[in-house]
Design a protein around this ligand. Structure first.
Ligand code: ADP
Length: 389
């Protein structure tokens, strides 16, 4: 403040300030001069109070006006008796805004206490939103479950259709052959022709083996479809398993004059599921015999790779065209072709192999050239594949 004020002038200015405050504007632009030069201490005290009143009024005014417009960004002025009653309102409105944002984000545990009836209405709205949310969650959950049931139903229906089709078409063939062969054999034996009877007995054995292979695959496949096959690892010697399977197919191989050779480096022990392993090997060897013409050759080999074993079944048979190789392990495009002696099939064998190899934690693949033969190889980890099971 500049200049030495005269008392009358100061009183006029103070009155003007009070008038402006009473008019709701405040006086930002009035300089009442140097009040310290005033003679009257009473006037000096009055001037100080009016100046303070004006300052507080001015600083509270913008805050209150913003609040009235619903703008909550402004900081409330400190120690201001004009603004103090609005501070509580400001803080309640800030909290309410935050609560409404939370509710909009799905937090229905909020409870509003501000503004009596308003709070009751808001809390009612929150309760109704919570109910709707619960209902919608339940509908989504039910829908998911229904979709899953429908998928399961579709799969089980497809399994059932496939089972019936296999039973009615494929399983009948080996039995038809058995009936015809056994009849002829009886006739030959009755006529004293035991040489022919031995041939028929061999053919009957082939039919029995075919039927057996089909039946076992069928049972394994239906168990696998209903998730009843459990991966159970324990140490076993793969040589013994493979030798046993080769022993089972010896007669069938001999009837087609196919030589079966088995090479395994040294003594191995695999800690895996022996039943699954044996089903895979049985299918691959039986396919190799089925698709190899008279006088051919089948060789089985175990080799060691990093942390796993590779088992290959190689044949000198009909081979598989490149475009069919990709579809061999696909459940959607199973195709079965007859063997070189018109042996029938179901197209289940390789599907089982693929699923069982996956359960063992390994891989299966084929290398083949039409007319030159095929090599099916699968890998098995040395140690149990607990994560995959
Ligand atoms: P299936 O032998 O009962 O038909 P698989 O799933 O074992 O069923 O085989 C599917 C198809 O793959 C066979 O029908 C055949 O066309 C082909 N296949 C499988 N193994 C061989 C093989 N070693 N040589 C040639 N073709 C094969």
């Amino acid at each position: 403040m500049t200049g030495c004020a005269d008392e009358t002038q100061v009183i006029v200015k103070l009155t003007e300030i009070i008038d402006r405050v009473l008019a709701g504007k405040g006086a930002a632009d009035i300089d009442i001069g140097d009040i310290h030069g005033l003679q009257s201490p009473e006037l000096n005290a009055l001037a100080e109070k009016v100046i303070m009143l004006n300052t507080q009024y001015l600083s509270s005014r913008s805050f209150i006006l913003e609040l009235a417009r619903g703008v909550l960004d402004a900081e409330p002025p400190r120690r201001n008796f004009f603004a103090d009653p609005y501070k509580q309102l400001h803080s309640e409105l800030c909290h309410l805004t935050w609560q409404i944002t939370q509710i909009a984000d799905g937090d229905y545990d909020q409870k509003v206490y501000f503004l009596g009836d308003f709070a009751v209405a808001i809390n009612k709205m929150i309760a109704s939103l919570r109910e709707r949310q619960q209902l919608s969650d339940k509908i989504i959950e039910d829908e998911k479950q229904l979709r899953q049931y429908s998928e399961e139903l579709k799969a089980s229906n497809a399994t059932k259709d496939r089972l019936f089709s296999i039973i009615s078409h494929d399983l009948r063939n080996p039995f038809n052959a058995l009936v015809a062969l056994s009849e002829t054999m009886v006739n030959d034996l009755e006529a004293g022709d035991s040489e022919m009877a031995i041939d028929y007995a061999r053919m009957m054995h082939d039919s029995v083996m075919q039927g057996y292979q089909l039946l076992v695959n069928l049972l394994d496949w239906s168990r696998q479809q209903s998730n009843k096959i459990v991966y159970t690892p324990r140490p076993f010697n793969p040589r013994n398993v493979i030798n046993y399977i080769i022993g089972l197919v010896e007669l069938s191989a001999a009837s087609k004059h196919i030589t079966v050779e088995f090479t395994a480096g040294s003594e191995y022990t695999i800690d895996s599921d022996e039943t699954l392993f044996s089903t895979i090997v049985r299918n691959l060897i039986s396919n190799a015999l089925k698709y190899t013409p008279d006088g051919g050759h089948v060789s089985v080999e175990i080799t060691r790779a990093a942390g796993s074993y590779n088992i290959s079944v190689k044949d000198s048979g009909v081979g598989i065209a490149a475009h069919r190789q990709a579809m061999l392990f696909s459940a959607d495009a199973t195709v079965s072709t007859p063997g070189t002696n018109s042996e029938t099939g179901t197209g289940l064998g390789l599907l089982l192999c693929k699923d069982f190899v996956r359960m063992l934690g390994g891989k299966i693949w084929v290398e083949s050239e039409e007319g030159k033969g095929s090599t099916f190889t699968f890998s098995v980890p040395e140690k149990p594949a607990t994560d995959e099971a």
